[in-house]
Design a protein around this ligand. Sequence first.
Ligand code: FMN
Length: 309
Amino acid sequence: MFDRLEAALPLRFSFLIFCGFAALLALFSVVVFRVGWLPLLVFGALVGVGVHDLRQTRHAILRNYPVLGHLRFLFEFIRPEMRQYFIESDTEATPFSRAQRSLVYQRAKGESDNQPFGTHMDVSARGYEWVNHSMAPTKLATHDFRIWIGGAHPVIDVALGSTPAPASACTQPYNASVFNISAMSFGALSANAILALNKGAKMGGFAHDTGEGSISAHHRTHGGDLIWEIGSGYFGCRNDDGSFNAARFTANACDPQVKMIELKLSQGAKPGHGGVLPGPKVTQEIADARGVPVGQDCISPSRHSAFST
Ligand SMILES: Cc1cc2nc3c(=O)[nH]c(=O)nc-3n(C[C@H](O)[C@H](O)[C@H](O)COP(=O)(O)O)c2cc1C
């Protein structure tokens, strides 16, 4: 008897059946007593959803559990927030933990970023790394840690200070900070992002890598040091057919803001494939920076045409 009932009206339909009864009851109340419009609307709508769930063939969970099955989508939708607010610890999560993100927010707002009572980290965990305080501190000539790149340069000993450079053929070596901004093109990043990064480079005295997209007007507004990246598309130093143009290269290379030139041999993220900036993203500004036509797909070939590796 129970089996036959279960076959005709499975238990998993019980919520839909309940909604059906409730809607009928509300309808009766509306017809007889003129009250109960809201329950009629709510339960009527739920019955409508349930019937739609039973008829559709896209989601098995909704056919099996009409109406209730939607909870699964709701929970999936709010899963990241539930994990973040209730489950995740302050020190887990990648690429940045909640504690690291909080530190950035606090510093950006100029609030205190210190918390008393020691670290939250598990310092005895396998692989935990730390820097010990020195028992014999020395005097550092500078805290602005830099590396000379290109030709002979003054020798800087952090403890003893610097000695002058010997004569060299390289007339413009660059004293690069150890902190710089890695390559991200105008095109991959917006104008405001480029402006902000380059202003940061200017303020912090470090270098801003242009990425493959070459030097845009936004890179020049604040005058922060530039590393000009040249990839297989030769953006900023190319002919119309995409081959290398020595005269355009010289013009950009002689720009005093360009401190170093980086030759990108291959697409690290997609080796052997090359890359593409889709046509709709190639605005006038991007086209000007790269030396390519507006609105057409901008291809970085998989290999260089000016030399072989
Ligand atoms: C939006 C974006 C654009 C990038 N564009 C370039 C590029 O044009 N040239 C390049 O050599 N690397 C590019 N990269 C790679 C970064 O320079 C960097 O090597 C990579 O993001 C790994 O560093 P991270 O772990 O600090 O993100 C790009 C990365 C991002 C996120």
